[in-house]
Design a protein around this ligand. Structure first.
Ligand code: SF4
Ligand code: SF4
Length: 224
């Protein structure tokens, strides 16, 4: 039996779906070199709150450095974005196949050829979840939620997530304003921007308590 549950680490929430350990969902299909990367075709973006969390510990600073060192990382004034792997050549060839026009997920078939730079094939994400972006911490594919009863039980999860995301957006705007007041940004003065984020208090959100959702094999036959 699989389950969906809330996990909180260092005040940072994420939703865990145990079926991800043996993903066979169509959203997790891969036609690139990284065969077992689940749905980690996403290119993550790290906003100011993520960066502030990293700035507060040695482990976090090491992760921040790892992100910075990736060849396709772009440092923006108030965020960091890393592009991943895209096998464009295979994608162009694939466009000439019937499979390209199938209704099967993902709708954007280029995702079949993309991989996040932080996933280890068959192992998972190399970034601790308290530093990941919200998409990474909350995404659960439609197939895992396909049963009506599961979908209904998941409603409080959706509400709790939406409230949290609103709070994160507000925190990011606040941090941005504080940095502007100090005339700091990540492009012009990375070191002092991180130092400033380190020194100001880190706000922690009180996330709602959520009951785990159990999914029997009868309800979830695709076994993702
Ligand atoms: S969320 Fe769905 S597609 Fe993504 S890894 Fe889990 S089972 Fe696979
Ligand atoms: S950062 Fe981690 S969880 Fe997010 S897409 Fe990359 S490997 Fe997956």
């Amino acid at each position: 039996m699989e389950k969906i549950y809330l996990d909180i680490c260092s005040g940072v929430p994420r939703y865990v779906y145990t079926g991800c350990n043996h993903c066979s969902s169509s959203m997790g299909r891969s036609l690139c070199e990284f065969e077992h990367r689940g749905c980690c075709f996403y290119y993550p973006k790290f906003e100011l709150l993520n960066i502030q969390r990293m700035a507060k510990s040695l482990k976090g600073l090491q992760i921040l450095e790892l992100i910075r060192q990736k060849p396709k990382t772009t440092i923006n004034r108030f965020s960091i974005h890393t592009q991943g792997f895209f096998n464009k050549e295979s994608y162009e060839t694939y466009k000439n196949t019937e499979d390209f026009y199938s209704d099967e997920a993902p709708q954007d078939k280029s995702l079949l050829f993309k991989t996040c730079p932080f996933v280890k094939d068959g192992v998972g994400c190399t970034i601790p979840h308290n530093f990941r972006d919200n998409v990474c911490n909350f995404f659960i594919c439609k197939e895992a939620l396909s049963d009506d009863k599961v979908k209904e039980a998941y409603t409080p999860y959706l509400e709790a997530m939406q409230n949290y995301i609103r709070w994160v957006e507000w925190e990011n705007i606040t941090l941005q304003h504080l940095l502007i007041e100090e005339k700091l940004n990540l492009i012009d003065d990375f070191k002092n921007t991180i130092k400033f984020l380190q020194e100001i208090p880190l706000d922690v959100y009180e996330f709602s308590n959520l009951t785990p959702i159990y999914i029997s094999s009868g309800n979830w036959s695709k076994g993702a």
